[in-house]
Ligand binder design. Structure first.
Ligand SMILES: Nc1ncnc2c1ncn2[C@@H]1O[C@H](COP(=O)(O)OP(=O)(O)OP(=O)(O)O)[C@@H](O)[C@H]1O
Length: 268
């Protein structure tokens, strides 16, 4: 289970300093200043055992920042995270062992084969050799990797590479999966194997958190949806609850409606 309360992350960014640039100055150099902004603003939700929670939002909404905090890669500015019963602020390392985290830009070692990669990660998780071999056999079946398990990663297709990335997250049998856009850019067959995997793991009582731009995919797959926009939660509930509350036919229409109500969609 994942429980997140009032999570915030602020970054500092460099912006144009309008007050200086308006003044007449001999220097043509653009004046800039540093400014804090909230990429994730007061986000709270719960994802239970056997649930798939979809995180939806447009580019720059804060999905990756949120998932990176949950994956232990970024430290929150404020708020609380509990993962599989571990409070992140106290037991971060124990919590991280329960997570399989797939980032949007995971880089694999090109000269390794998937088998070598999985063995390396099994060793990093301090698994016994016997357990690593059993786990690889299992993961290869789940992700349908028999045909390419001993090929060099640099020679794999995009779908095969993505399946290898996901296999890397499974090797230590985590209770929780955090996947950042796992189906991005994949053909229907590769997407289907990843979606089937998520459905199966849900049946096995795992918690799956995944971000996507594909609203139709999330609508059919997810038990709950967290829609975020400019770092804030704009909708949270089951797909049916959300559609009924706003009297729309699908999540895409819901997003457009909510963003327009906030004045964030401009007609061309
Ligand atoms: N390390 C950083 N420093 C400064 N700003 C950052 C940093 N990481 C992300 N941001 C900013 O935070 C905001 C949220 O970015 P984030 O990558 O979380 O969005 P996203 O929803 O994952 O977008 P996409 O769908 O395009 O991947 C953006 O404005 C981004 O530019």
């Amino acid at each position: 289970m994942i429980e997140v309360k009032n999570l915030c992350k602020s970054f500092t960014r460099v912006v144009k300093d309008e007050s200086c640039n308006k003044k007449k100055s001999k220097s043509k150099k653009l004046k800039t200043k540093k400014e804090d902004f909230l990429a994730v603003n007061d986000v709270s939700f719960t994802a239970n055992k056997g649930e798939i929670l979809g995180i939806l939002g447009p580019n720059g909404a804060g999905k990756t920042t949120l998932l990176r905090m949950l994956g232990g890669i970024l430290t929150p500015t404020s708020g609380d995270i509990e993962i599989a019963g571990y409070d992140y602020s106290i037991n971060k390392n124990l919590a991280k062992k329960e997570i399989g985290y797939l980032s949007g830009n995971t880089k694999l070692y090109n000269r390794f084969s998937p088998r070598e990669l999985l063995t390396t990660f099994g060793n990093l998780y301090e698994m016994d050799k016997k357990d690593i071999d059993i786990s690889i056999e299992n993961v290869v079946k789940i992700m349908d990797m028999e045909k390419f398990i001993d090929n060099r990663i640099e020679n794999l297709s995009t779908g095969q590479t993505q399946r290898t990335s996901i296999a890397r997250c499974l090797i230590h049998s985590p209770k929780i999966y955090i996947f950042d856009e796992p189906t991005l850019g994949l053909d229907v067959i590769s997407s289907k194997s990843i979606i089937d995997f998520m459905k199966n793991e849900k049946k096995n009582g795992k918690t799956v958190l995944y971000s996507t731009h594909y609203m139709e995919e999330a609508e059919t797959l997810c038990d709950k949806i967290l829609m975020i926009h400019q770092g804030e939660v704009i909708a949270y509930g089951t797909p049916n609850e959300l559609k009924n509350q706003s009297d729309v036919n699908n999540l895409r229409d819901l997003f457009i409606k909510l963003a327009s109500e906030r004045g964030d969609l401009v007609e061309e």
